[in-house]
Design a binder for this molecule. Structure first.
Ligand code: NAD
Length: 445
């Protein structure tokens, strides 16, 4: 099939490349000309495991092309996927500026029948807006070309995006057109050859809603266990044990109930907020979803409170080594990463920070912590430790899971670890002489 994917961020680039990998002819379009020039040479704007190799392979076979212009690529295409950003607007609702710009460009340039598929995360009713925008352009051009607008929300996870796309748990397609549903099923059939029940067709509004509900549910699980972790700490319980105790119930399960420093990233914060805005715009005040957000905002600073309890309110003269900056392992994405809030709070209180992350240092240095002059960056995990007053773990990258604790102890001023992701064995660290502070378990000597 001939496919155009508009927007080459995490979603557009991964989707386009995976469609090409299955033998489709794909052109990925972006307005960022530097990005496109680099992509043509196989240089990727993001880190995503396995993606670079796949892009290069499909560039070679010419199944995958890149362009800055939609103009000549829409003709005779089967699908145009919209995969541009939908950032949080000023009032917290999803900003549809980029999606509607793309709709307008499609309407201005399409010359043959087309299925427009919205992959961006968009509020209920956006497909109708996209349709109206395209119709308006076609009317201006005095053209009557058949087209349909479907919703196909994306559920990939950064850090495991290729795997998620190639072997999806489910593909949700919202369309009121039986033919479009069939066409979409054909497109996705190679991705689930063993079973077809992973293709879930529904009406457009339900599909648009499904994406927000999935993210809100996951964020709710995280905020729930984080709230429980704070209660555990007060009553002398260990949230790590409570987690195992509840997860063993099949109705609850183990996934997404890890206590930590809160959720971040480009999706959960903005999607949770956008869902509250949609509810409010329709006259409903969501109590639970508001609370999910409030708990998360406070949770980001729990580790800072632990540091203050140990060292005092004024952190001047102290230096902390930070392991992990990205909002989760496996990605260089720093959007809404808890590390940003934690580091800024530590330096506001007078501390200096030495940071190491396997992939996100450039993002931090050039964008997200650019204005914070009290942060220095290191290129390996042990190098920032010398004479630091404590180690603070913020992202659970694999390389931090089993470090050489003797080396850490030798380098630090004090054998102290603050663990924002509960990665280590408390008894073992106690035997080695560490003060080990974790989430949801009171430190006792
Ligand atoms: P991103 O910000 O990484 O990339 C968006 C891209 O769109 C950018 O390269 C930008 O230059 C391009 N763009 C903007 N306007 C354009 C235009 N008019 N024409 C062509 N290109 C244009 O975004 P992302 O993280 O890939 O997310 C895209 C959408 O998918 C969002 O709605 C997001 O919520 C959703 N989503 C993201 C993830 C994720 O893990 N990142 C997962 C599922 C869904």
């Amino acid at each position: 099939m001939k496919i155009v994917v508009i927007g080459t961020g995490y979603v557009g680039l991964v989707s386009g490349t995976c469609f090409a990998e299955m033998g489709n002819s794909v052109t990925c379009v972006d307005i960022d000309s530097e990005k496109i020039e680099n992509l043509k040479k196989g240089i990727l704007p993001i880190f995503e495991p396995g993606l670079e190799t796949m892009v290069k392979r499909n560039l070679k076979t010419q199944n995958l092309c890149f362009s800055t212009s939609i103009k000549n690529v829409l003709d005779n295409s089967d699908f145009a996927f919209i995969a541009v950003g939908t950032p949080m607007g000023e009032d917290g609702s999803a900003d549809l500026k980029y999606v509607l710009e793309v709709a307008q460009t499609i309407g201005t340039n399409m010359n043959s029948p087309l299925t427009v598929v919205n992959k961006s995360t968009v509020p209920v009713g956006t497909a109708d807006l996209v349709k109206q925008t395209i119709e308006k352009q076609l009317k201006k051009r005095k053209l009557d070309i058949a087209f349909s607008v479907a919703s196909n929300p994306e559920f990939l996870k950064e850090g495991d995006a290729i795997n998620d796309f190639m072997k999806p748990d489910r593909v949700v397609v919202g369309t009121d057109d039986e033919l479009v549903s069939k066409k979409m099923k054909n497109l996705y059939a190679p991705f689930f050859r063993s079973t077809s029940d992973r293709f879930i067709a529904m009406d457009v509004r339900s599909a648009e809603m499904t994406k927000y509900v999935a993210n809100a549910m996951l964020a709710t699980k995280i905020s729930f266990i984080n709230e429980i972790s704070n209660i555990c700490e007060l009553v002398g319980a260990d949230v790590n044990k409570v987690r195992i105790g509840i997860g063993s119930d099949k109705r609850i399960g183990y996934s997404f109930i890890y206590p930590g420093s809160g959720y971040g990233g480009s999706c959960f914060p903005k999607d949770v907020k956008a869902l509250t805005k949609t509810a409010e715009a329709n006259g409903y005040t969501p109590k639970l979803i508001h609370a999910v957000e409030a708990v998360n905002n406070e949770q980001k600073l729990v580790i800072v409170h632990k540091i203050i309890n140990r060292f005092g309110e004024n952190l001047s003269g102290l230096e902390f080594a930070i392991w992990g900056l990205s909002f989760k392992p496996g990605t260089d994405d720093m959007r809404e990463a808890p590390s940003i809030y934690i580091i800024n709070e530590l330096t506001k209180k007078g501390a200096k920070v030495r940071a190491y992350d396997p992939k996100a240092i450039n993002e931090a240095k050039e964008f997200y912590l650019k204005d914070n002059k009290n942060v220095t960056y290191y290129d390996s995990k042990y190098s920032p430790l010398k004479n630091c007053d404590a180690l603070v773990l913020l992202t659970e990258w694999k390389e931090f899971r089993a470090p050489d604790f003797n080396e850490i102890k030798k380098e630090l001023n004090n054998a102290i670890i603050f663990d924002g992701r509960n990665q280590y064995n408390e008894e073992y660290l106690a035997e080695l002489g560490f003060e080990y502070y974790q989430i949801g378990k009171k430190f006792t000597k």
